[in-house]
Ligand binder design. Structure first.
Ligand code: NDP
Length: 449
């Protein structure tokens, strides 16, 4: 990086941190984008003249609201709900809702910022947003979850709409929660519209949406390996998490010939050296989606190792596909994976690698697909769900898988187009610049609003 760019970056980050104190995740996400975008802006002064980076790092609006609900014992409970509407430069706000004990504004601002670039990369007309609540779904009854979703939506409804803001799921929010929220919205506004994606199939949901983020992550990994004359067949992969993204990443990795040896949850990691095959994955799906149990039960059932309170990254592998949460791979763990022979990382989770870790991937020259490119398949199929809802029709599974494949290929190719440097591809740079250009051009064209 040129000294002038470094100085501009430092100065920009000082201002950003001053305006957003105590928001380290938001600052981390902005820094990772600004690193690549600031040199690009120097070469394209129209973006500087229009203060595009400053505008993109300030959300259009942030909504914070109280959610009152009643538990099964009749006690009144209060949680905090949020919606960060980051940018609608290229389409209605779009992004998931997260229910997790640790949800706070910092996390949602980083996710909404990332979402804006990711949605741009898909080529579809979707702006960026994220929302959620510090509601912990663990241990809650079905009825408590339903009541919380209804109360959450009773406040959010007035701020969203099919042409305004279209939420979806994320951690702690799957088809069940999306459907409860959709039911409440429909009840309140007396309209059947595509206001949420990830709905049940019988009332406007799209085929492949459940699988899309995991499948898309593996398609991105496959594209990246193929571009470098390699393949998935016979490779040993580490996957973290055991929720939606992890399950369908494992499914596709296995189908394409890789051997997945780990999965995890917040209590620890299971290590199955024989590989998590189709039958074992069915067990995980039943354990996690129906019984809502802990991953340690897999270790007991299949007599394999359970590493309590630890993450997968100490185990030797060829490929790593983190699918749990942000900052789940430290710099030390990234370096350890590289030392142990890892040749590629595709991020199913959002920003799972800390900055030092990303630096280590790039310095070692391993193939690294950052989350905004790798996991864009989920929101891409959400975009296709919006299209199907508007047209009042449904595409087949094959048609949607074909479209998902094509979108992931286009994202890969854009990363190559903008990320080539010194005979290699820097996918982080490619994704950041390609995602930025589309949103930035829209901001410039629409004027000073
Ligand atoms: P789920 O709620 O289905 O699964 C989350 C998984 O991650 C669970 O196994 C959970 O374990 C684990 N996890 C969550 N927090 C932590 C933590 N602090 N430490 C260790 N493990 C943790 O969520 P998704 O699969 O939907 O989301 C996973 C990631 O993928 C997130 O980063 C999300 O933003 C991203 N993503 C999701 C998309 C989607 O379509 N669903 C789209 C794009 C990105 P436990 O059950 O013990 O909490």
């Amino acid at each position: 990086m040129l000294t002038a760019d470094q100085e501009r970056l430092d100065c920009f980050m000082i201002g950003l941190k001053r305006r957003n104190p105590s928001e380290p995740e938001f600052a981390q996400a902005v820094y990772e984008v600004a690193l690549d975008v600031i040199p690009f802006i120097r070469l394209n002064p129209i973006y500087e003249e229009n203060r595009v980076l400053e505008r993109l790092t300030e959300p259009d609006r942030v909504l914070i609201f109280r959610v009152n609900w009643e538990d099964d014992k009749g006690n009144m409970r209060a949680n905090r709900g949020y919606r960060v509407q980051q940018s609608n430069a290229i389409g209605p706000y779009k992004g998931g809702i997260r229910f997790h004990r640790d949800v706070q504004l910092d996390t949602l601002k980083f996710l909404a910022f990332e979402q804006t670039f990711k949605n741009s990369l898909t080529g579809l007309p979707m702006g960026g947003a994220k929302g959620g609540a510090d509601f912990n779904p663990k241990g809650k009854s079905e009825r408590e979850v339903m009541r919380f979703c209804q109360r959450f939506m009773s406040v959010l409804a007035r701020h969203i709409g099919p042409n305004t803001d279209v939420p979806a799921g994320d951690i702690g929010v799957g088809a069940r929660e999306v459907s409860y929220m959709f039911g409440q919205y429909k009840h309140m506004v007396n309209e059947f519209t595509g206001v949420l994606t990830g709905k049940g199939l019988s009332f406007g949901g799209s085929l492949i949406r459940t699988e899309a983020t995991g499948y898309g992550t593996v398609y991105m990994l496959e594209n990246m390996l193929r571009y470098h004359a390699q393949g998935l067949d016979g490779k040993v992969a580490l996957v973290s998490g055991s929720g939606n993204v992890a399950q369908y990443s494992v499914e596709k990795l296995t189908e394409l010939g890789a051997k997945v040896v780990t999965m995890s949850d917040s209590s620890g990691t299971i290590y199955d050296p024989d590989g998590i095959n189709e039958d074992k994955l069915s067990y995980i799906k039943e354990l996690k989606n129906i019984r809502r149990g802990r991953i340690a039960e897999y270790a007991e059932h299949y007599k394999v190792e359970f590493h309590e309170k630890s993450r997968p990254w100490i185990i030797p592998c060829d490929l790593a596909v983190p699918c749990a949460t942000q900052n789940e791979i430290s710099g030390k763990e990234a370096k350890n994976m590289i030392k142990n022979g890892c040749i590629a990382v595709a991020e199913g989770a959002n920003m799972p690698t800390v900055q030092d870790g990303v630096d280590a991937y790039l310095a070692a020259g391993i193939f690294y697909a950052p989350s905004k490119a790798a996991n864009a398949g989920g929101v891409a199929v959400s975009g296709l769900e919006m299209t199907q809802n508007s047209m009042r029709m449904s595409w087949s599974r094959d048609e949607l898988d074909r479209r998902l494949h094509a979108i992931m290929q286009e994202i890969h190719d854009k990363c190559v187009q903008y990320g080539k440097e010194n005979g290699k591809v820097n996918y982080r740079k490619g994704a950041n610049i390609a995602g930025f250009i589309r949103v930035a051009d829209a901001l410039v064209s629409c004027g000073n609003i």
